[in-house]
Design a protein around this ligand. Structure first.
Ligand code: UGA
Length: 463
């Protein structure tokens, strides 16, 4: 077992207790968790209902773009199967990592989690631990426990089992590091025995473990994502104020972030949060609140600010170009954030739809997400390009929607020479306004007021 150099694991390799683990669901969470547990020495079976996915995984082909994950899957001996029964019988710990998509009323749809509990109840053949890693609302542990008990009763068996809530905090794009160098591990249990087993599972990972009860662990997951969403909506609201009052949001974020109580991270103003988690989880928590007479006014405002933020760049485009019909808009970045090919709830989807409705033409480029984007975007008035410069060629404006590194390294001179109109709308404040304006562009960021004419003149003097 060798570990990539950048990862810091506990140096207790002599004392690793190898555990047999089945992971049900090989999405982002399941595949990363299974691979990382294999990396630290456990015996892993990963299960999925999708046969094609499993066949590819057996060949070392992973269905997502996640830096370092494919190499780690290939390196470790992970068993991939569609046979959940076999996996459950093999394992001492069964981890449910299936999806909890948004239900009809914005609540979390627990269909797949319930199916995993049922399968566990049908096939467990001795005492095992059932771990919930999927994002599930408070009370789900209890539901799973009941399902398993019912199945055991039907079979007239009583093996005893432990229920654990062990929420996941990894981010797409940095999933391996977030798992093996976690900030913290949260474990909700009902018994000391379950605590002991879970401690053993994580003994190679250097991270504080918070042991708590199951309901609290379930709430922690939603509270964490809702707090992150709140930070983003807060800074976006401040960015709007900066634009009107004349301040600069980048320095405001620095100025408040240096206060350790506030912290520097997650204070980048932009075009709103997207992805498969933050939007879904904020909505699901608000929805769950209704059951307990909790109105969540703060989270409702967080959501509203985010929805408005997704329309902001479109409005700015209209302000600068007037009617958009017939104009060519170049888009750099489609994924909901860099280092992923994930398009779920990407703000680019909202903006592109609005542009298409105006009759504007779109050239779009993303380093990794183009194929996924094609499946989600209607094909009229849009062309997907192969390079950033091709995308910008002849454009009336360039819009940056995802802060991929390669965009920051653009040759501004060449970019200027290919664009029809040197206007950049920077939805992620990726580029340095001063440098870009020195190169002859008009740069419109988020929460960065325009240079006053005399300031621009001064910059040009030094060019
Ligand atoms: C999020 C959480 O950060 C993870 O801790 C959690 O495990 C995961 O959801 C989950 O529940 O599975 P992820 O969806 O991968 O992770 O992405 P984030 O890095 O949180 O970014 C979410 C969105 O917020 C992106 O659209 C990003 O561009 C935006 N964002 C982030 C900002 O607009 N500003 C920031 O300062 C940070």
């Amino acid at each position: 077992m060798s570990t990539p150099l950048f990862l810091k694991l506990k140096n207790n390799s002599d004392s690793v207790n190898i555990m047999k683990i089945a992971i049900i669901g090989t999405g982002y969470v399941g595949l990363t968790t299974g691979t990382c547990f294999a990396e630290i020495g456990h015996e892993i079976i990963c299960v999925d209902v999708n046969e094609e996915k499993i066949e590819n995984l057996k060949k070392g082909i992973i269905p997502i773009y996640e830096p370092g994950l494919e190499e780690m899957v290939r390196k470790n001996k992970i068993n991939f199967t569609t046979d959940a029964k076999k996996a459950i019988k093999f394992a001492e710990i069964v981890i449910s990592a299936v999806g909890t998509p948004m239900g009809k009323n914005h609540d979390a749809d627990l269909q797949f989690v319930k199916e995993v509990a049922e399968t566990f109840g049908k096939h467990a053949n001795n005492q095992k631990v059932f771990v919930n890693k999927s994002t599930v609302p408070v009370g789900t542990g209890k539901i799973c426990k009941k399902i398993i008990e019912t199945e055991f009763k039907k079979r007239n068996v009583d093996f005893g089992f432990e229920i654990v809530s062990n929420p996941e905090f990894l981010r797409e794009g940095t999933a391996i590091k977030d798992t093996l160098e976690a900030d913290r591990i949260v474990i909700g249990t009902e018994t000391n025995n379950a605590r002991k087993i879970m401690k053993k599972l994580y003994e190679k990972i250097e991270a504080p473990i918070l042991f708590t009860d199951i309901k609290t662990a379930e709430i922690i997951k939603y509270a964490a994502n809702s707090f992150l969403a709140t930070k983003i909506s807060f800074i976006n609201e401040m960015a709007g104020f900066c634009e009107k009052a004349g301040g600069n949001i980048k320095d405001v974020a620095k100025g408040i972030g240096l206060d350790k109580r506030i912290g520097k991270k997650f204070l980048n103003a932009g075009i709103g949060y997207g992805g498969s988690c933050l939007p879904k989880d904020v909505k699901a928590l608000i929805q769950k609140g209704q059951e307990f007479d909790c109105d969540f006014p703060l989270l409702k405002a967080v959501e509203e600010i985010n929805e408005n933020q997704k329309n902001l760049l479109f409005k700015k485009l209209q302000k600068h170009l007037g009617a958009l019909e017939g104009k060519l808009i170049a888009i750099w970045g489609l994924s909901f954030k860099p280092k992923t090919d994930d398009m779920r709830e990407a703000p680019s989807l909202t903006i592109i739809k609005k542009l298409q409705a105006t009759g504007a033409y779109i050239h779009a480029y993303d380093p990794k997400a183009t194929e996924n984007a094609k499946k989600m975007i209607e094909s009229f008035n849009i062309e997907f390009c192969k390079t950033p410069l091709d995308t910008a060629s002849g454009a009336n404006a360039l819009v940056i929607l995802t802060e991929w590194d390669e965009f920051a390294q653009t040759d501004l001179k060449r970019l200027h020479s290919v664009m029809k109109n040197p206007l950049i709308l920077d939805g992620r404040n990726l580029l340095n306004k001063e440098i870009v304006e020195k190169a002859g562009f008009k740069h419109v960021g988020i929460g960065q007021p325009d240079q006053k004419p005399h300031e621009t003149a001064k910059l040009l003097e030094h060019a």
